[in-house]
Design a protein around this ligand. Structure first.
Ligand SMILES: [Cu+2]
Length: 181
């Protein structure tokens, strides 16, 4: 991320706010503007290069539905109709392989995977947005939206989770395990 502070005078304090936060929680961070650096800066045409994953590389396609449902006779949030269980394994991925995961949502669900980043292949009607480009660790699914992501599982064998990053959903109990081997 590149932030241009050149329009501020030295000594200015610039605070980044979260419009959805309450009270002190709305203040994310502050920047103290120092002395001007007279170093000409030109934004490069291309910030970085990365390998683009293709659905053709996928060894398996899995589907996960992020929906409301009952947890212990109360309303909760589920993945494929199931609340989180420490012992249940929703997917077992082979290290070094690429998988496509179709994610379906009934509501806003920012879906987050541990271990590896992923790329957004498709989203809703009209395809991925510019904001979907590059490597992601979370995709914010919108109500009734379906998206496909490509993940290359790599690096470490073990047991990991994926979950809705809305804590009110994750805690009751929109989370599941996957393993890599
Ligand atoms: Cu959610």
């Amino acid at each position: 991320m590149i932030v241009d502070f050149s329009s501020y005078q030295p000594g200015t304090r610039v605070t980044l706010f979260n419009d959805f936060g309450d009270g002190n929680m709305s203040q994310v961070m502050s920047f103290e503007i120092g002395q001007m650096a007279f170093r000409p800066f030109v934004l490069p045409d291309r910030l970085s290069d990365f390998e683009t994953l293709s659905p053709a590389q996928a060894v398996v396609t899995r589907t996960f539905r992020f929906q409301t449902g009952d947890v212990n006779y109360e309303r909760g949030w589920l993945i494929d109709g199931q609340p989180f269980s420490p012992t249940a394994i929703a997917a077992a991925a082979k290290l070094g392989t690429v998988e496509v995961w179709r994610l379906l949502a009934d509501f806003h669900h920012p879906v987050h995977l541990h271990l590896n980043p992923f790329q957004v292949l498709s989203r809703g009607i009209g395809g991925p947005g510019a904001f979907d480009a590059g490597w992601k660790d979370t995709i914010d699914l919108r109500p009734s939206e379906e998206a496909s992501i490509a993940i290359r599982f790599d690096g470490y064998a073990g047991k990991y989770v994926f979950h809705c990053h809305n804590l009110e959903h994750e805690d009751v109990s929109m989370m599941a395990n996957f393993t890599t081997h």
